[in-house]
Design a protein around this ligand. Structure first.
Ligand code: ARG
Length: 585
């Protein structure tokens, strides 16, 4: 029997085919296959109920017709039962479980089989995207971490992903910054921490401009010169951006992020005229009090709240560059999908942007990519307030990651004091940053997330340390048995899972596909986190109940197979979340 990666999806198509051969109105029949409560089976098709109800048919009778029309391979793979008013339950047979586990013996096989409709498509993911001349603080963590996980999930589903860091490298702040840079740059402070110095300079410029209208005017002139392409100011501006990007790099390195492009806002400067022209020509944009704006009459708020795409003073803004960015990604990258990851406060901006892009592209017959704005909530302290340092400052990402590593080192040293210090440090580097990444990913991104060190760097609960430890433990089992995970000869001797714990684990493993599917289609990595956490729990239960090193070679082989596949799925899954894993902890 052929073993598909995504069993639920395969059942869906088989049920649709059965609907045709059973003479149902196949086009109107949606099988609605879901993961079942394990007590009832593995998958459950709920679609008969709605179908029968709409046609005043007896749902049980329809379910029976449908089951009778299922191809023989379904009965070979599953125990099929009709339950209640007309649900169809499918329980995988142990032999089918074994076949799936054997077929999915490497990350490459999982990946090949995971390819979906996105196979061969190009997706541009715009994430992290901080503003230059400022340090990244804890608020910047989420976009980077969630964005990277989304990139990896999309890639795994067969898409070509273009990672684009859309940095905020242009704007009115550069007037004051350049003014202060010319007069107040402190070379020693700059050498020690350039971003801190830029932040200080901006504050100096800002305060001076507030206090003295002459300074404000000078700063304005600096900005005008920059915008007009004055070579000296351009050089300062370039320097500020280059230094900023170089300072971000160690954070990206720690998070395992590598951008294909860093096309910041300034990259689109020479394209804004075309945007004004096209949006005016299609009639979408109109003049309003000197500005060029777009209204959306069909929208309750945006019929009166304008999308300002050129300011009254003639300057371009965030909306202009984002319109140009959408066009560039469609025309130059031939994007099939665009994902932008920012916090929820930009929801209105992106709703207006995407409404505008849809109408504009339709008017010009441009090919429209799928447009997604992936939002996330705030990072807060235990009282739900924005996370700050003790003296009320913002928490710098750099310092946060260093603290994570220090705390992880304490945890590792307490548990595994016998390991040499260098190894404990190396482990702490993985556990520390992984804990921060995972804590961010494990929650539904739409909620605010409470930053709590004790919960996040812990071996208990749905944490990185718990999962990384589960992985390391499986490695240690193989080491103790002097065996290698995934050895074909051993695995070929395995018999189908039999004990309740073996069956529960195997049934969980085959649902990796469904978890991936859900996380990728909704662009919500927490579904994958939850799955991995549950898998680790099923593995622990199996390990506690069933000894691996038994004498019976067939039993031992099948248990080793279960260990090896759990390891493969865990390592693959954690890798998709952007975490590194360990073989020893
Ligand atoms: N630089 C922006 C910020 O810090 C985020 C940019 C997101 N991407 C975009 N295409 N607008 O809020």
């Amino acid at each position: 029997m052929p073993v598909t990666f995504n069993l639920g999806e395969a059942l869906d198509s088989l049920l649709k085919a059965a609907a045709t051969s059973a003479g149902l109105e196949a086009a109107a029949f949606v099988p609605d296959v879901r993961i079942a409560d394990p007590r009832h089976g593995d998958f459950q098709a709920n679609g008969v109920l709605g179908y029968a109800k709409a046609r005043r048919l007896n749902p049980r009778a329809v379910a029976e017709q449908l089951v009778a029309a299922l191809p023989a391979e379904v009965a070979a793979d599953y125990t099929v039962a009709i339950a209640g008013p007309g649900f169809i339950n499918f329980t995988l047979k142990p032999a089918t479980l074994l076949a799936w586990l054997r077929a999915h013996d490497s990350a490459a096989h999982l990946r090949a089989n995971a390819a979906t409709a996105r196979h061969g498509q190009t997706w541009v993911v715009d994430y992290s995207s901080p503003n230059t001349a400022k340090q990244m603080h804890v608020g910047h963590l989420r976009s980077a971490v969630i964005g990277e996980a989304i990139c990896r999930l999309l890639e795994f589903s067969g898409a070509k992903v273009i990672r684009d860091n859309h940095v905020g490298d242009w704007g009115t702040q550069f007037g004051k910054l350049i003014w202060a840079y010319r007069r107040h740059l402190d070379a020693a402070a700059f050498a020690a921490d350039p971003l801190e110095e830029f932040e200080r300079l901006y504050q100096v410029g800002n305060a001076a401009a507030d206090a003295d209208p002459a300074v404000l005017e000078q700063a304005r002139q600096e900005l005008v010169k920059l915008q007009a392409g004055d070579p000296e100011n351009l050089a300062v501006w370039k320097h500020i951006n280059a230094v900023s990007l170089a300072a971000f790099q160690p954070i990206y390195d720690r998070l395992g992020i590598r951008f294909d492009h860093t096309l910041g806002e300034s990259f689109y400067n020479d394209q804004v005229e075309r945007i004004y022209r096209e949006l005016a020509a299609t009639g979408l944009a109109q003049e309003s009090q000197g500005a060029l704006v777009v209204f959306h009459p069909e929208h309750p708020r945006f019929k009166t709240q304008p999308f300002i795409m050129r300011k009254a003073d003639g300057a371009s803004n965030y909306a202009t560059t984002d319109l140009a960015t959408a066009l560039y990604r469609a025309e130059y990258f031939h994007a099939d999908g665009i994902v932008v990851v920012t916090d929820f406060r930009q929801a209105d901006h992106f709703e207006q942007l995407y409404l505008t892009v849809r109408k504009w592209f339709a008017a010009r017959s441009y090919r429209l990519p799928e447009l997604h704005h992936v939002t996330f909530g705030a990072v807060t302290d235990a009282d739900g307030k924005a996370l700050r340092t003790r003296d009320g400052g913002t928490i710098k990402l750099k310092e946060l990651l260093a603290e994570a590593e220090a705390r992880a080192y304490a945890l590792v040293s307490e548990r595994s004091a016998e390991l040499p210090e260098a190894e404990r440090r190396a482990i702490a580097a993985v556990v520390g940053v992984g804990s921060v990444q995972y804590a961010d990913l494990a929650q539904n991104r739409s909620s605010d997330y409470v930053f709590a060190w004790d919960k996040m760097i812990s071996l208990e609960g749905n944490t990185a340390a718990y999962l990384l430890y589960a992985v390391a433990r499986i490695h240690s089992i193989f080491r103790k048995l002097d065996a290698v995970p995934g050895e074909a000869a051993t695995e070929a001797a395995g018999t189908p899972p039999e004990t309740p714990a073996e069956l529960a684990l195997a049934r969980k493993l085959v649902k990796f596909a469904d978890a991936l599917r859900l996380a990728t289609d909704t662009l919500r990595p927490h579904f994958l986190c939850l799955y991995l956490y549950e898998l680790a729990g099923d593995y622990s239960a199996f390990y506690a109940a069933d000894k691996v090193a038994v004498d019976d070679p067939a039993v031992r082989a099948r248990r080793l197979l279960l260990c090896a596949r759990t390891l493969l799925v865990m390592e693959t899954g954690l890798g998709l979340l952007g975490l590194r894993t360990l073989t020893r902890m």
